[in-house]
Write a protein that binds this ligand. Structure first.
Ligand code: DX5
Ligand code: ZN
Length: 228
């Protein structure tokens, strides 16, 4: 049976107090720490890299869910493994040899994940799905926090849930959703088929992380029974 996992996105944390923020969401029962790596080319914003991830690694035991929004991710796989990433996400548009990058990630000892932008169709997964631990459905265009949820992500999540179930991969591949996730849409993304909810401002802009994370997980869990 699946369970709903909550992944606070550090992009919305106070970077001047990063270690404290990570500790706070860990204490607040977060399941994963989502870290957005942006290179100013693949997306129009620049964030952080392996050095900061290594620092985060030192202050938490939670799995680090590292979302690469960078060109040529294949050049960086080993660096992120060394920095302590557990799950490494790549965008298919950023790497022509997606299959190879996925194998590289696994050989480096991490779980591989592929991210689908709002306009990216599911069929890019056709020949790599079996090798993945997670597929991340973007519900905003990547680059910034605080944007609004794009409703067409719901149909995509549902179609992906069917694809995973038809291939007998339900216990292997998780569906994650990222962008505009808040308390009020947690139930609908889970009922569509997601089980990992990435949320930046939906958590860090609220005063009580424990209340928010607990409530988000509870609302998601209440919608779980509708899964295939
Ligand atoms: C956007 C990032 C997200 C971002 C989400 O490119 O991938 O992880 O932090 O932020 P919110 O939850 O505020 O939409
Ligand atoms: Zn992200």
């Amino acid at each position: 049976m699946h369970h709903v996992r909550i992944a606070p996105s550090l992009l919305a944390a106070d970077f001047g107090r990063l270690a404290e923020e990570v500790t706070a969401v860990e204490r607040a029962s977060a399941d994963l720490i989502h870290i957005d790596v942006m290179d100013g080319h693949f997306v129009p914003n620049l964030t952080l890299g392996p050095v900061v991830i290594e620092a985060v690694r030192r202050v938490t035991k939670l799995p680090l869910d590292v979302h690469l929004m960078i060109e040529e991710p294949e050049r960086w796989v080993d660096a992120y493994a060394k920095a302590g990433a557990d799950i490494l996400h790549v965008h298919p548009e950023a790497c022509p040899h997606l299959h190879r990058v996925v194998q590289q990630i696994r050989h480096a000892g991490m779980q591989a994940a592929v991210v689908l932008n709002p306009a990216t169709p599911l069929h890019v997964l056709d020949y790599v799905l079996e090798d993945l631990s997670m597929v991340l459905v973007m519900s905003v265009n990547p680059g910034f926090g605080g944007q609004s949820f794009i409703p067409s992500a719901l149909g995509k999540i549902a179609a992906l849930r069917r694809m995973i179930s038809e291939r007998g991969l339900s216990d292997v591949v998780s569906i994650s959703v990222d962008g505009g996730i808040k308390l009020d849409n947690a139930a609908e993304v889970v009922s569509a088929g997601a089980t990992v909810l990435v949320s930046g401002s939906g958590i860090f802009a609220t005063p009580d992380y424990t209340l928010t994370i607990t409530e988000m997980r509870a609302r998601g869990t209440s919608a779980l029974h509708r899964h295939i």
